[in-house]
Structures are given as structure tokens and as C-alpha cells.
Design a protein. Sequence first.
Length: 210
Amino acid sequence: MTNVLLIKGNDRPSTDSVSVKMYETFLQEVQKKEEVSVTIYDVYAENTPFMGQVLFSAFNKLQNGSELSKEEQEILAAKQKAMDLVTAADVLVVAFPMWNLTIPAKLQTFIDYIFAAGYAFKYDAQGNMVPLLTDKKVILLGARGGVYSIPEMQALEMSANYLSNTFGGIFGMEILDTVIIEGHAAQPSQAEEIIQNGLEKVKESVAKIS
């Protein structure tokens, strides 16, 4: 059995969101596969407080044995849940939009929860970062209304690049596929064709899960 963690990074309806269409298309297609178990993690449905002083205070209290506040308990539980789900997964699938050149804050929070020394990576004796999640694979499904694959725009794209560098680089996961649908807002006359071609590629990405 292959365990898939499908991460939904957008709370808009699919009628208004291409990345949600990608999420729904992937889910419908992957459910046809035998020997695949799918767990859904909707970043907007989860209670995931943003990373900040509450979390750092909780870490300090854990070290000295002090009593945790309710807020501290909640954020530690949310962080642990995210890590437990990643630990149990063989393949992570992230469906995300590009908003203001980057990813939504709620998706960033999920990544912050697992972006931890001793869990996702470690430092060796020479101070080099060593990935610790090399037994896992990832598929990235992203949408952006403009065209950012052309050379003059690539430096501005901080969603797919960030996720690729984080999951594939820092964490050491094998990137099975990256499907990006782009340009549908910039080229409205071609939007339907762009989206449909992209959704076909989403379906094809399911076949890459062993």
C-alpha cells in the first residue's frame, strides 16, 4: 500500500481556482488506483496557528519542564500532527496557487511546522545540512495566472521554486512530477485550452505513483 498525503493549499471554490481544479482532478484520478491510500490535509480546515513567539515559548517550556498554556499546547499539537502525517506518507502531493508571487500563508505554516532540524534535516560535523526525508516523494501541482516560465519572469516566481527547493532540496524528497498551469489569466482567450491541457497532465502525474 502506498500512502499519499494530498495537501490542499487553497480554500477558494473550484469554479474560481485553477489550483483547486488540479486538486480535485488529482483526487478523482488517484482514487481509481488500487493499493493507494489517500489522506487529505486541507491547510484552511486545520487549526494551524502561525509560527511565532507562542511556538518558541512552548519549545522553551518543554526544555525546562514548565507548564504549557492552552495556546502553546494547541500549536504544538498542530505541529506534531503535520509531522506525523508526513512521517506516515510515502508520497506528498501539494496543490497550490501562486498568490502575490508566493504561496498562501496557511500553506507556508504547514511547511514551517515540518521544516525542523532533527526531523526534516540535520547538520553534520562540518556544519553541512543533511536531508532526512529522503525516503519520501513529492508531486507539485501549481497554478499561476501569469506567465512566469519565461526568463525575464523566472526570478519573480517564489511559489513552485520555493516548494521545489524545500521539499526536493532541504528535505531530500524525490520530485516525481511538477505540473504548472500558467497564463490563463494573462491570455483569457486561451484560458480554457490552457487549463484543460494542464488538467490532463495532472491525471498523468497520478501514474507516476508506484
